[in-house]
Design a protein around this ligand. Structure first.
Ligand SMILES: *[C@@H]1O[C@H](CO)[C@@H](O)[C@H](O)[C@H]1NC(C)=O
Ligand SMILES: *[C@@H]1O[C@H](CO)[C@@H](O)[C@H](O)[C@H]1NC(C)=O
Ligand SMILES: *[C@@H]1O[C@H](CO)[C@@H](O)[C@H](O)[C@H]1NC(C)=O
Ligand SMILES: *[C@@H]1O[C@H](CO)[C@@H](O)[C@H](O)[C@H]1NC(C)=O
Ligand SMILES: *[C@@H]1O[C@H](CO)[C@@H](O)[C@H](O)[C@H]1NC(C)=O
Ligand SMILES: *[C@@H]1O[C@H](CO)[C@@H](O)[C@H](O)[C@H]1NC(C)=O
Length: 380
């Protein structure tokens, strides 16, 4: 009898109980469904294979839950789309993330990110097309041009679809520096980018891709020009309100065109301290793009810097702007002299190869460059 009584509750009202069970089941399944839907919408970018119609099957299968909770590393490390909706603050934050484990648990072929900061079109694009051809796995390209400029890039071009979301850039102004950081941050989102080169539309390569790739990948230092210059276009641009974060003795000038490795690039886009001081005290005629990077790197990261530029330029005529080169200037002798007639240090040794790029080549030089460069520089 005791047994019968004890079992009573479980058998007494089977109708109510099964109703209760049914409710529990729906409640449980319903919340599961809600969570599942939320997660699937939230993580759509990770291309999960959740099909909505699967949810109409009343009995959940273990297979589905297993599938939907698995993210492969491949999804995580694949290069993101060049076009995104991130604001600058969001982009810089995302790009500043660093894995603390030094070794990659997958095969990573390091790439060079070529960052082009341009006013309008890239008149020398055909030369660059030739330069890049055949090395698709080893580079990535990012272009930041003025948004008012409508680029029509053919689908077959290496520049196709490589324009980053950009904002208006006033040349020689603070927005130029912001544009450089935006370019760097975009390139940092792709984990295979290992070295970063900032170039303008008037730059040309002086060597073939293979030579430039090995030079940069084996370099122990970054290439940011930094020097102390007395006078109106150097020290006179310093503002005493920058003290004590930047003193006049720490103030540096250099070319805005740089080359740096991934570690330094992350430090640069993560900097808030010096950037805030420059934003406050280095507007307009201060030319932040010529001073921010040389000053920051010389104060905080000078051990990692070779203190020289990889981009050759001719300042010999004096004045505010370097010499521009015309069609008739482009000769084999001239280009050859840029390639090898310098002396500098590379990884602690002397070398004759100091410049990998040169500027400023005007649009009219294109045809001659196309004729002379491939042979001289041994393009493939
Ligand atoms: C899970 O999926 C595998 C194949 O993907 C299938 O062989 C197996 O029968 C499924 N198991 C269940 C419980 O549905
Ligand atoms: C760029 O294209 C848009 C629409 O495609 C047009 O409205 C605008 O005028 C163009 N701008 C220039 C500078 O050509
Ligand atoms: C630079 O930007 C400031 C505002 O940020 C503006 O007042 C100034 O006119 C700009 N200078 C040039 C040369 O465009
Ligand atoms: C680079 O410049 C910094 C600061 O101007 C200086 O302290 C450092 O010694 C230089 N490094 C090299 C390798 O010349
Ligand atoms: C630098 O020179 C030393 C010996 O002088 C040599 O062992 C080393 O490989 C050289 N490094 C490079 C990068 O050429
Ligand atoms: C690149 O140039 C170097 C020397 O300038 C040459 O030895 C090499 O074969 C060239 N590479 C290709 C892929 O053409």
């Amino acid at each position: 009898m005791k047994n019968g009584q004890a079992q009573r509750p479980s058998t007494a009202n089977p109708k109510i109980l099964s109703l209760f069970n049914l409710m529990c089941f729906f409640l449980f399944f319903g919340s599961g469904l809600a969570i599942g839907l939320t997660v699937s919408f939230y993580l759509q970018d990770f291309s999960f294979n959740i099909q909505l119609k699967q949810f109409s099957t009343p009995i959940p299968t273990t297979n589905r839950t297993e599938k939907s909770s698995r993210i492969g590393l491949k999804e995580y490390v694949k290069p993101p789309n060049v076009i995104h909706d991130m604001k600058d603050a969001e982009l810089l934050w995302r790009a500043s993330m660093v894995p603390r484990v030094g070794e990659f648990p997958f095969k990573r072929v390091p790439k060079i990110a070529f960052l082009f900061l341009t006013r309008g079109s890239l008149p020398l694009a055909p030369l660059w097309e030739m330069f890049f051809r055949g090395h698709e796995a080893l580079y990535s390209i990012y272009v930041h041009s003025d948004p008012s400029f409508n680029r029509t890039v053919p689908k077959s071009s290496v520049f196709y679809g490589r324009s980053i979301p950009s904002q208006e850039v006033q040349w020689g102004n603070f927005s130029m520096l912001e544009a450089e950081r935006r370019l760097l941050a975009n390139a940092l989102l792709d984990i295979s980018n290992h070295r970063f080169v900032l170039l303008s539309e008037s730059c040309i390569p002086l060597f073939n891709f293979s030579t430039i790739y090995s030079y940069l990948m084996a370099s122990t230092k970054s290439f940011i020009e930094a020097y102390d210059l007395p006078g109106p276009v150097g020290r006179a641009r310093y503002d005493h309100r920058m003290k004590p974060i930047v003193t006049i003795g720490q103030w540096r000038k250099g070319s805005q065109w740089f080359e740096m490795d991934r570690g330094l690039a992350i430090e640069v886009i993560s900097d808030r301290k010096y950037f805030a001081v420059f934003r406050e005290c280095c507007e307009a005629s201060c030319y932040a793009d010529e001073h921010y990077l040389p000053t920051l790197v010389s104060i905080e990261f000078w051990r990692r810097n070779a203190n020289r530029s990889l981009t050759w330029v001719d300042w010999s005529n004096g004045g505010a702007h370097p010499a521009g080169f015309w069609r008739r200037d482009v000769t084999v002798e001239f280009l050859q002299s840029l390639r090898t007639e310098s002396h500098c240090q590379y990884n602690g040794n002397n070398t004759d190869i100091c410049f990998l790029f040169a500027r400023k080549f005007l649009p009219g030089t294109l045809n001659r460059l196309l004729r002379v460069a491939p042979k001289l520089m041994k393009f493939n």
